[in-house]
Design a protein around this ligand. Structure first.
Ligand SMILES: Nc1ncnc2c1ncn2[C@@H]1O[C@H](COP(=O)(O)OP(=O)(O)OP(=O)(O)O)[C@@H](O)[C@H]1O
Ligand code: SF4
Ligand SMILES: [Mg+2]
Length: 378
């Protein structure tokens, strides 16, 4: 990767520094289920996302974490307006874009970009790398100074690829390199917000470190805000200033990185942290309690009443089945650390840091993220 980034740092279009770039309120997506014969009618709905509140500040990186099927991708697709919300409100740079038409969306389309999980299927195998990265500029009729090809070559260099590979096809690149192509494509329109949906989970752990590091550099140096979706708290830890934990369509806990990793209050966050593999640094054996969640995530077609986590929660009581816990700042939480639980965990558990000790492979990720050098060969 070149040391001198060629894209200008983003100023952010939110009016003031206190106004978030993205604000999501009560965001809901219910996918209807149809049944019956001969006349099909709606018989239910998959409550994929159900009342999510979330903000992302200018240049801020927010992690969105949760198990498979909890609604992370759907949330990302709603924000990028690839899906139409059932309810709720999406405000981008002070503008309500919840139900904006294609034409109304045009001015902000280029500012919000998405990076997808699978670097194999998200690139057209019949297009050269040059035309893949160029296509967002063509679609939006953007002619950068020096021309589109020059910009593509700059972007290739920016993401640590050889600009001379402009005419190569995706199959000629490794998984990590293909994800770099995806990053270059997302950067082509100088976005202000990137929704990265599990951008490294399809890659080997050693390659994950390089791509996370690249994204971090992009965020730091170009000031681009990120919503970084992952199922693994370990990956998000290196990248996000704030973390939101999602369970069965709802955000159950959100807060700054330090609060979430060191003082998690929601039992589900605690369980997710304890699931991160622990390395026995001092040879005395694992020294923290491992929480094993029993059972699978319940169906989003018929989620549990009250608190949706109650069927797997070891602290559940009667109230949890009848009253849905609101996402609020509970006693002992830092400002901005919100938790949705009637009977939260103790905030002062000793040596909570032990909970997030990485296994050796993930430690490599941490080292790479902390180092200034960005490996360019995958
Ligand atoms: N188009 C759709 N029609 C019906 N149900 C859908 C649709 N898209 C997603 N779902 C359902 O919505 C729920 C949330 O899916 P989503 O893909 O958002 O979860 P996720 O958290 O991204 O999971 P993963 O970690 O596996 O990617 C799942 O139960 C999924 O089956
Ligand atoms: S509200 Fe009850 S069931 Fe839900 S997480 Fe808290 S203790 Fe567990
Ligand atoms: Mg997903």
């Amino acid at each position: 990767m070149s040391d001198n980034l060629t894209l200008p740092a983003q100023q952010g279009s939110a009016g003031t520094s206190t106004e978030p770039l993205l604000k999501v309120e009560g965001l809901t997506k219910h996918f209807p289920i149809y049944g019956g014969f001969p006349i099909k009618r709606k018989v239910g709905a998959v409550q994929a996302v159900d009342g999510v509140d979330l903000t992302v500040g200018v240049g801020e990186s927010v992690g969105l974490v949760g198990e498979s099927g909890c609604g992370k991708s759907t949330t990302g697709r709603l924000i990028t307006r690839l899906l139409e919300p059932t309810d709720g409100k999406i405000t981008y740079a002070g503008q309500d874009i919840t139900h904006a038409s294609r034409r109304q969306l045009a001015p902000v389309r280029s500012e919000i970009q998405m990076i997808f999980q699978d670097p194999y299927s998200s690139l057209n195998p019949r297009q050269t790398v040059g035309s893949i990265i160029k296509s967002p500029m063509e679609v939006n009729g953007i002619e950068p100074e020096g021309g589109q090809e020059k910009k593509v070559r700059e972007l290739l260099e920016l993401v640590g690829l050889n600009p001379e590979h402009y005419n190569r096809f995706p199959h000629e690149f490794s998984g990590g390199q293909r994800q770099r192509i995806g990053v270059a494509r997302a950067l082509a329109l100088q976005p202000k917000l990137i929704v990265a949906d599990e951008p490294v989970s399809a890659l080997d752990v050693s390659i994950q470190a390089q791509v996370v590091n690249l994204l971090k550099k992009v965020q730091d140096e170009l000031g681009i805000a990120f919503l970084f979706i992952a199922h693994d708290l370990a990956v998000v830890r290196h990248f996000s200033q704030r973390v939101a934990v999602m369970y069965l369509g709802k955000v159950v806990e959100v807060g700054d990185r330090e609060s979430i990793y060191n003082r998690p209050r929601h039992p589900y966050t605690h369980a997710l942290l304890s699931a991160v593999p622990e390395v026995d640094i001092d040879g005395t054996g694992p020294n923290r309690e491992r929480i094993r969640l029993s059972g699978d995530v319940p169906s989003p077609i018929l989620p549990p009443s009250g608190c949706r986590f109650r069927t797997r929660c070891w602290k559940a009581q009667d109230k949890c089945a009848t009253d849905e816990p609101p996402l609020v700042q509970i006693s002992g939480n830092k400002a901005g650390h919100l938790t949705a639980c009637h009977f939260p965990e103790d905030p002062t558990t000793e040596a909570r840091d032990e909970d997030v000790v990485m296994d050796p492979a993930l430690l490599a990720l941490e080292d790479a993220a902390e180092s200034d050098t960005v490996p360019t060969k995958d």
